[in-house]
Unconditional design. Structure first.
Ligand SMILES: Cc1cc2nc3c(=O)[nH]c(=O)nc-3n(C[C@H](O)[C@H](O)[C@H](O)COP(=O)(O)OP(=O)(O)OC[C@H]3O[C@@H](n4cnc5c(N)ncnc54)[C@H](O)[C@@H]3O)c2cc1C
Length: 476
């Protein structure tokens, strides 16, 4: 008999959360902490969603999406998780850029960027200051017609080098392009510029295990290997979910799964107004990624000056489309020194990440796909050679992930790494107006993606759910 992953689960909960990405887990934690009866269902055998890791022989652990996040994570983790989690967040000091236009190392904060822009790039201090203030002053209600390209044109006309410095890391951080609304850039860039780039010391495995402990301590029922097939709706309200052959009733569902699969696969378009369905169909998914994971030989390492996060590119010009091309010219290298997991005997690990289009990896024969992955590995070695000489001999283990890999593990349509483009946020927010008790919390709309964005979105949505459930149970 197959194992029953729902053994002992109740037939009814206040809230079912579908998916244990950081957004889903955070929503579940806030709801459970508030006294709601919460069931968290994850289709994979591990919690964390894209915030995940894998182990390989030799004992090393690769992190998938632990390259960096803004300082705001400290506050969010302290408030919505625990002091222990918040206290493990540490700054990455060595952020490097190396491309045909410039090579530099920075702490990636406003002070250091102001110095760089005025001294190395020759921009007037007053312009830099106005640019920072404008970016920081942006919010969700701003004019959405102004694009990031317009913003740069206004402040730094004709300065492709400046645009590259300001934009390249943000393209990696959330897949945004120069054509996206300027406010998506302004909000995310300002979050980073407040204090720099941070990571979780101890690795994603430690983080997710701490979150699981916290969820259980707050009374959430957490289940893995539970793939939700359907969200049942009756009289325009959520009634139950169908999972592993069981129907579980609930007052509300928070879906942390892909926004489009929530609407079209789990609920079904018949339950929404036509105009909402039209808007949902227009939502563009964000791009996907490729990664190459490399473990150095035991006891070999690279000098610390190599950096923690290295934005490297051989492209003469900066174009956001080029960052997605299968003909890769830009890579972000993350160097994980042995102190990433201080309590374990770790090797030095290197992960190369590149934004990618799903379509460049789909529809290949098995042989073509394997050959393409091998090519990705070889070209990554070629690019790494500049920073880690003789890298082919010094790397003991290497493997690659593609958009197909990300789709397989998370069920995100087309392996989307950062949810949806900006328009996805409005559609996500409108779900409960269409179906009472139906919510979505997960990377979407660019500003609500990445570790910090999705955690904060989980909190916002959990509070909406609490309001709905408590107001429904109040006497009229
Ligand atoms: C290669 C890469 C590198 C990244 N690097 C960074 C970084 O350095 N910093 C940063 O801030 N962000 C980074 N990100 C983005 C960040 O990881 C994501 O934005 C964030 O982790 C997504 O969280 P989420 O809550 O949206 O859910 P996800 O992590 O997308 O999780 C959704 C969950 O729902 C589950 N699910 C789906 N369908 C079902 C179903 N039917 N039933 C049950 N469960 C289901 C999935 O299995 C998954 O666990 C990176 C992403 C990628 C791909």
């Amino acid at each position: 008999m197959p194992k029953d992953f729902l053994k002992g689960a109740s037939d009814e909960y206040d809230v079912v959360v579908i998916g244990s990405g950081l957004g889903g887990m955070t929503a579940a934690n806030i709801l459970a902490r508030d006294g709601m009866k919460v069931l968290l269902l994850e289709q994979h055998y591990k919690l964390g969603g894209l915030a995940t890791w894998f182990k390989r022989p030799g004992g090393h652990i690769f992190d998938i999406s632990l390259h960096g996040f803004p300082y705001g994570m400290v506050k969010s983790c302290r408030r919505y998780w625990s002091k222990e989690i918040a206290d493990s967040i540490v700054q990455l000091k060595g952020v490097r850029f190396d491309n045909p236009m410039f090579s530099l190392t920075t702490t990636f904060d406003r002070k250091d960027f102001t110095n760089l822009l005025t001294s190395d790039f020759g921009i007037e201090e007053e312009t830099v200051s106005r640019f920072f203030d404008t970016a920081r002053g942006m919010n969700f209600y701003d004019d959405q017609d102004r694009t990031t390209r317009d913003l740069f044109e206004e402040f730094f006309p004709g300065r492709e080098d400046v645009v590259r410095l300001l934009m390249e890391p943000i393209v990696y951080a959330n897949g945004s392009t120069l054509e996206d609304p300027a406010l998506t850039y302004g909000i995310v860039f300002s979050n980073f510029m407040s204090k720099g780039v941070f990571v979780f010391q101890g690795g994603t495995d430690k983080l997710v295990k701490s979150m699981e402990k916290e969820l259980k301590a707050n009374g959430a029922d957490v289940r893995i290997n539970c793939d939700v097939e359907k969200i049942n709706v009756k009289n325009d309200a959520v009634e139950s979910v169908v999972v592993n052959g069981r129907t579980i009733r609930c007052k509300a569902v928070v879906s942390n799964a892909n926004l489009r699969s929530t609407i079209f696969n789990m609920v079904g378009e018949d339950h929404f107004d036509n105009s909402f369905v039209d808007d949902a169909k227009e939502v563009r998914l964000n791009n996907s990624s490729t990664q190459v994971y490399m473990a150095m030989n035991p006891d070999d390492t690279v000098p610390r000056e190599t950096g923690d996060l290295l934005f490297s590119s051989t492209a003469e010009r900066f174009e956001t489309d080029l960052l997605l091309s299968r003909d890769i010219t830009s890579r972000t290298f993350s160097f994980y020194y042995p102190d990433t997991r201080p309590d374990k005997k770790e090797r030095t690990l290197i992960v190369s990440s590149t934004n990618a289009n799903f379509s460049d990896w789909n529809d290949m024969s098995k042989e073509e796909y394997e050959a393409s992955k091998q090519d990705l590995i070889e070209t990554t070695f070629d690019a790494l050679e500049k920073y880690v000489p003789n890298c082919r001999e010094r790397i003991a283990h290497v493997e690659a992930a593609t958009p197909i890999t990300f789709e397989h593990y998370t069920k995100h349509i087309s392996g989307a790494s950062f949810g949806t483009k900006f328009e996805g946020l409005a559609v996500s927010r409108k779900l409960p107006e269409q179906v009472t008790g139906l919510y979505h919390a997960g990377s979407c709309g660019i500003i609500m993606s990445g570790w910090l964005g999705t955690i904060n979105y989980g909190v916002i949505v959990a509070n909406d759910v609490i309001n709905q459930i408590t107001s429904a149970s109040m006497p009229a």
